[in-house]
Design a protein around this ligand. Structure first.
Ligand SMILES: O=C(O)CCC(=O)C(=O)O
Length: 280
């Protein structure tokens, strides 16, 4: 049963936390399973391949991208009935599943600068939602998720340049005046569900000993007619494949530039990220 205060938090702040949704033994199994996978080379899912001798921790432990397309453990996480129960309560209808990723984020690894997932998924109409399961306890020391509560009500904002010391991604979405990024402190087994418009990211893992491992599923609302081509095939939460959706080939699309007017952020929409870059 999804508590009412979680529904309220999702509506007003753009995310909801399901504490202890997965057990300690399930978490331990995921850790063993995906660590073994990356240690044997990633089974074809590791972004850029695994380089065990590399000085960059993210080259030794790269993200696994879309493992559910061939791996049953990842697929079963994506369509887990507990995840579906929460998604259905938060959205009003069971969504379609389109993505899995596993992040290892070992000690010393950079984080991922603030962004909005809908920028990449390009869902139409509607948006996407994530189910992000902590496999380690997460806090600011090991690079927990950071969210900007309330930002799910914003349009897609035009990204700027990120801090390359902190982030392995080059783009960073700015935070409008009056909003702020807050850390989401989680225990292993907790799941955070967050809206695809929500500005979120994570900082560097400054710990010397602690990984920050997670598995995340991404979903699109069931009324969606289009999603970016990378996210096909699309699945129902009963595991069957959805046909009939169109590929959204809109690359980039419109985005908002923040203009400071007397200490308030006014959003000026432009047609594309290129237009925003030219306007700066
Ligand atoms: O866990 C992170 O560092 C970022 C994850 C993320 O951005 C996502 O799952 O959409």
């Amino acid at each position: 049963m999804v508590p009412t205060n979680a529904l309220d938090q999702f509506t007003h702040q753009g995310y909801a936390l399901a504490k202890g949704l997965f057990s300690a033994s399930e978490v331990a199994h995921y850790i063993d399973y995906f660590m073994d996978m990356v240690h044997r080379g990633g089974d074809g899912w590791a972004e850029g391949g695994v380089d065990p001798e590399h000085s960059d921790p993210l080259k030794r432990y790269p993200r696994l991208l879309q493992p559910h397309r061939g791996d049953k453990v990842a697929f079963d996480y994506m369509v887990d009935p507990r995840v579906d129960e929460w998604l259905t309560a938060l959205l009003g209808e069971s969504p379609f599943a389109v993505q899995t990723m596993v992040y290892f984020k070992p000690p010393g690894a950079k984080g991922q600068a603030l962004h909005q997932d809908q920028r990449y998924l390009q869902v139409e109409p509607g948006t996407c939602i994530a189910a992000w399961l902590a496999l380690d306890d997460c806090d600011e020391d090991n690079g927990c998720l950071m969210v900007v509560p309330g930002s799910q009500k914003l349009p897609l904002l035009c990204p700027e340049v990120s801090d390359s010391e902190q982030s392995w991604t080059a783009d960073q979405v700015p935070i409008p005046a009056g909003l702020e990024a807050v850390p989401v402190i989680m225990k292993a087994g907790d799941v955070i569900f967050f809206n695809g418009q929500l500005i979120h990211g994570s900082g560097k893992n400054n710990s010397t000993t602690r990984f920050r491992r997670i598995i995340v599923g991404h979903y699109i609302v069931a009324e969606a007619e289009k999603v970016a081509i990378y996210y096909f095939p699309v699945f129902r939460m009963d595991g069957t494949q959805v046909t009939g959706l169109q590929a959204n080939d809109q690359q980039g699309g419109p985005c908002g530039i923040l203009r400071d007017v007397n200490g308030e952020s006014i959003i000026e929409m432009v047609g594309s990220i290129e237009e925003a870059t030219a306007a700066h």
